[in-house]
Design a protein. Structure first.
Length: 184
């Protein structure tokens, strides 16, 4: 096996990305403190063509060199919006027909490997603050909670790692729906 060259990767331009069909998933960052985490989520959102990021509360917004350090230009391709309050973003998404899921450790949560999505109806995923997680009031307004099973001693993952794991799984389900013709 040989690594692919940049030409073989067939990367699209920012303009083509903006015009392309998106995965019907929005991401809500609930008071995320680390600008490196924000940048990483931008980059992951770009990789899986997520339709929009909602940067809520104290979550930093572009342009900022600390975000750009990990975003590597994804702040230009991924659509984003700042909401002063996470609940405002949740209510707007729900009013626009999204099912909203917190990614958190909670009673009655669905383990990520058991989470099923049809790959077509719009969903929003909320990732919380590095210390406090997703606010309980926000969880209370969600349609469900997705939990990433963990077997170690720490019982927590960095938000950027959590976003990567969950977004890959929903993107996988989106691709599966595409392949089966559900999205035609």
């Amino acid at each position: 096996m040989e690594k692919k060259s940049m030409e073989q990767l067939h990367r699209i331009s920012v303009e083509d990305f903006k015009r392309s069909e998106k995965t019907p998933v929005s991401v809500v960052l609930d008071n995320v403190r680390s600008m490196n985490n924000v940048g990483s989520v931008f980059r992951t959102a770009d990789a899986f063509r997520i339709e929009k990021l909602y940067l809520c509360g104290i979550t930093a917004c572009p342009p900022h060199k600390e975000i750009e350090k990990t975003a590597l230009g994804a702040t230009e391709s991924v659509d984003w919006e700042h909401c002063p309050d996470t609940m405002e973003a949740v209510e707007r998404l729900k009013n626009n027909g999204y099912q909203v899921f917190a990614v958190e450790q909670a009673e009655g949560s669905t383990p990520l490997q058991q989470f099923r999505w049809d790959g077509t109806s719009p969903i929003a995923l909320i990732f919380g603050n590095e210390v406090m997680g997703v606010e309980q009031a926000v969880i209370d307004r969600c349609d469900g909670v997705i939990e990433i099973p963990q077997a170690g001693t720490k019982h927590s993952l960095n938000i950027a790692v959590s976003a990567g794991a969950v977004l890959w799984e929903v993107y996988r389900q989106y691709l599966e729906a595409q392949a089966s013709g559900q999205n035609l």
